[in-house]
Ligand binder design. Structure first.
Ligand SMILES: Cc1cc2nc3c(=O)[nH]c(=O)nc-3n(C[C@H](O)[C@H](O)[C@H](O)COP(=O)(O)OP(=O)(O)OC[C@H]3O[C@@H](n4cnc5c(N)ncnc54)[C@H](O)[C@@H]3O)c2cc1C
Length: 417
């Protein structure tokens, strides 16, 4: 065994990014401890829509976006909500986000997003095969549906980027939609279908499954709320509610909660959260959908999970500390019913999650500015479930001092100046 492979590693945060990183490192024979304040999958990886889309090239901030923001904010069922008391806190993030809509930034962000999500499906397939979790992933694609020609025409800019960066998609007419999704309401005019996409039928079970596979390989899981990170001689330490842990390297994968801990290693990162809700409903399989379907006009998704239909919602800016406002997702129930008329719209469960988001849509992946013993791996926003295993591959290569499959400068922690 090489010296590198004898190293010990602390992975802080056990969402999809942390568990897949811990698992890949443990399989290389390193001594890995995975640390979470509540246990695996207690953050955002628990409740998402389960879509794994690769070769993404459409960043969140697009030219002309600012013109539609007021309309979005005024619409009670629109894609965006802002808690006005949070405006002073989020304002710098929003300004940076709008700055990212300049054409040269859009080109850069699209290219870099495309590059880092290029192998999302391949990395997922390798991971589920190694961990014997193939039964939780389906090859069914990712479908967006549009109620009017006008709403579809609104995707022209996004489609132009997808064409330019070779993100595959097909445009479907009403009959083709019906063939794919017989239970979907007939009022949808057309669809945009990404056939390659995969779907996790139970994201929570998947993350727990990877955590179990990690333990089987000999990995340790520790429950501790980490409050500080430090360098002590040759080691890096993490101190929290279960005392101080130390190792040769540390991976910070605490999702939306990474900003303060990253600050201990010299990084001022404009990380905030685009909050999103989910609601669960019962629905027999024969009346359900075959894949996650996005209502593109209202920006919500219906995903046919193995435990029922999951509706996931849009974006709310309200930070990490304000309580949930479930009225927001409840307002969408009539729209979900209109989309899928057989839906039993009695609420089974409701949940709030925190997407870890940076203004340029790109994650932070790579060594911290203060020490290469600490590696950052967070900020995957709307696509972290898909990109978790890719980030894990990159981080494994950094820990093993190998070259990762792509240059990491677009994702560096210091890119915001
Ligand atoms: C409604 C919704 C729908 C979504 N749908 C999709 C989708 O279809 N496809 C997709 O790709 N992505 C989707 N996403 C985004 C995706 O879920 C996230 O990007 C991803 O789960 C982030 O994973 P993570 O591992 O970085 O963070 P998390 O899953 O949040 O994990 C972070 C972990 O760190 C732990 N932690 C935090 N602070 C500390 C600390 N101080 N000490 C110890 N532990 C700590 C937390 O307990 C948590 O377990 C969706 C998100 C939402 C909200």
């Amino acid at each position: 065994m090489s010296d590198v492979a004898k190293k010990s590693v602390l992975v802080i945060g056990a969402g999809i990014v942390g568990v897949s990183t811990a698992y890949l490192l443990q399989r290389e024979g390193l001594k890995v401890t995975l640390v979470d304040r509540k246990g695996p999958c207690s953050g955002t990886s628990y409740g998402n829509a389960g879509a794994i889309v690769d070769k993404n090239s459409v960043p969140g901030s697009m030219p002309g976006l600012w013109k539609s923001v007021p309309k979005m904010l005024m619409d009670p069922t629109g894609p965006l909500t802002l808690r006005w008391s949070y405006l002073p806190k989020i304002a710098p993030w929003l300004i940076r986000f709008l700055m990212e809509s300049r054409q040269e930034r859009v080109d850069h962000n699209a290219r870099s997003f495309r590059a880092v999500s290029d192998r999302a499906i391949t990395h997922w397939e390798d991971l589920v095969e190694q961990a014997s979790l193939q039964h939780l992933i389906r090859h069914v694609g990712w479908l967006k549906v549009y109620e009017s020609d006008e709403s579809f025409a609104g995707t022209a800019q996004a489609r132009a980027l997808m064409d330019r960066f070779e993100t595959e998609y097909e445009i479907l007419d009403t009959d083709e939609l019906r063939d794919l999704e017989p239970n979907l309401s007939r009022h949808f005019k057309c669809g945009l279908f990404q056939r390659r996409a995969r779907f996790l039928i139970n994201p929570e079970k998947m993350v727990h499954g990877i955590a179990e596979a990690f333990k089987k390989e000999g990995g340790d899981i520790v429950i501790s709320d980490i409050q500080s990170l430090n360098i002590a001689g040759e080691k890096v330490t993490a101190t929290g509610t279960s005392g101080t842990l130390s190792a040769d390297k540390l991976v910070l994968s605490t999702g939306a909660w990474s900003k303060n801990l990253a600050g201990h290693f010299g990084a001022e990162i404009p990380l905030d959260t685009e909050r999103g809700y989910h609601m669960m409903f019962d629905l027999p399989e024969e009346k359900s959908l075959n894949r996650p379907v996005v209502n593109a006009t209202k920006s919500f998704v219906l995903s046919p999970m193995e435990m029922g239909i999951r509706m996931t919602s849009q974006v709310e800016f309200a930070g990490l500390h304000k309580g949930p406002d479930f009225r927001r997702i409840r307002k969408l129930v009539p729209l979900a019913r209109k989309m899928l008329p057989s839906l039993d719209s009695r609420e089974k469960d409701v949940w709030l999650g925190y997407r870890p988001s940076l203004p340029d849509t790109l994650p932070v992946i790579g060594p911290s500015p203060r020490s290469d013993k600490v590696i950052f791996a967070f900020g995957h926003a709307h696509d972290g479930m898909g990109m978790g295993p890719t980030t894990a591959n990159i981080v494994r290569d950094l820990v093993l001092e190998r070259d990762p499959f792509l240059p990491l400068w677009p994702y560096r922690a210091t890119r915001f100046g």
